[in-house]
Write a protein that binds this ligand. Structure first.
Ligand code: SF4
Length: 369
């Protein structure tokens, strides 16, 4: 993990108990600010503001909504996910991380107004009448905050007391210890992003090794948590097939297919403005050099035959070990679904419904008619 060297605290939250407790754990003299702009100014002083944004921790309040619909895109099938917006950015440093180009500049920011978060969730649970899949790992890694807060424990126990929503905690860390004794009632899915040891070593700086991620998954399974895995991004390189095949084999040698809620597959894609950032920050990375074409969402994607070949291979290896596990594509079109998985989600009520049904089955959600 990147080491935090500066702590900024918004004056609005300086007296919060959580602020004080994080301050004690970080053990840095804080700089109190009136607005985020002051933090941005400091971060922009460095000629690698992205790196600098990982070295600060900015504590503030989320004045907007914590729960948001995942933006998705009209051109590709979206899974109807909800984002629980707990904070932004990350202490790991993946070359391909979209967050580098998403915020201006990106800053490691944690919202400490957890009372508001809890009230919003309570209202949501009260009013919501259909299955919902909610995740904290879209604008940040879900578990990096475990070192400084008990947020996941609070969320896991909150979700355990209702029957229509699942929480997905997505991570590339192994910071799972605090989850061990939390009553979860199978309403929290612990999910890992998986990749080949070569991609992890070359493109996912400061993240946990593959073996450690799988061992952590096995421990969570032993605590009866449902699991999920995301092969996203699948990165093409010479010899990647053999490496991905080995990862799939290791996965199923470690955890039980019946306890896996879903596995997603997503070939590497990037906004064009991410390319110069990767080239500057990770000159040794080969990720952006390949046969890319602009997609309907203006992101660069592998040429379709490359994507289909990656997907077909992955699906065959997964199916060999786990014929019934739920596999889905993140942001792909109907043609890819039909050609690689043999059906179009629209024939089965849509991707959102397929995943809701799977969560209902594996996480024991209330059946809705
Ligand atoms: S772990 Fe996720 S959020 Fe963190 S740097 Fe990597 S891609 Fe970005």
């Amino acid at each position: 993990m990147v080491k935090i060297s500066k702590l900024f605290i918004n004056k609005d939250v300086k007296d919060y108990e959580l602020t004080r407790s994080i301050q004690t754990k970080i053990n840095l003299l804080p700089i109190f600010v009136d607005s985020t702009d002051e933090v941005y100014r400091w971060v922009n002083l460095d000629n690698d503001p992205v790196r600098h944004g990982k070295e600060v921790l900015y504590l503030s309040a989320n004045k907007g909504q914590f729960l948001k619909n995942c933006p998705g895109t009209k051109s590709y099938m979206c899974c109807g996910y909800k984002i629980l917006h707990i904070g932004t950015f990350c202490t790991m440093d993946c070359s391909y991380c979209i967050l580098q180009a998403y915020f201006h500049p990106p800053v490691l920011q944690f919202f400490v107004n957890h009372n508001d978060l809890e009230s919003e969730l309570d209202r949501f649970f009260e009013l919501n009448k259909t299955p919902a899949r909610i995740g904290t790992g879209e604008y940040t890694d879900s578990l990096i905050w475990e070192r400084w807060s008990n947020l996941s424990e609070m969320l896991v126990s909150k979700f355990s007391n209702q029957k229509l929503s699942v929480l997905e905690l997505k991570t590339k860390t192994v910071l799972i210890e605090k989850l061990k004794n939390v009553p979860h009632n199978r309403k929290t899915i612990i999910a890992w992003s998986l990749n080949t040891p070569r991609v992890i070593a070359q493109e996912e700086k400061h993240s946990a090794k593959l073996k450690s991620r799988l061992e952590a998954a096995a421990r969570c399974e032993s605590w009866d948590y449902p699991l999920a895995f995301h092969f996203d991004p699948l990165i093409y390189y010479d010899g990647c097939e053999a490496d991905y095949r080995t990862v799939v084999q290791q996965l199923f040698a470690t955890v039980s297919p019946a306890n896996i809620v879903w596995i997603s597959l997503g070939a590497f894609r990037f906004m064009p403005k991410l390319k110069p950032i990767i080239q500057k920050r990770f000159p040794e990375s080969k990720a952006v050099y390949g046969e890319f074409v602009p997609g309907l969402d203006n992101k660069m994607r592998y040429f379709k035959p490359i994507r289909m070949s990656l997907y077909r291979n992955m699906i065959n290896w997964i199916r060999d070990a786990a014929p019934n596990v739920c596999v889905y594509f993140c942001m792909e079109d109907g043609h890819i679904w039909e050609r690689c998985l043999g059906f179009n989600p629209d024939e089965r009520g849509g991707l959102s419904q397929i995943l809701d049904e799977r969560a209902t089955e594996v996480c024991n959600l209330l059946h809705c008619s």
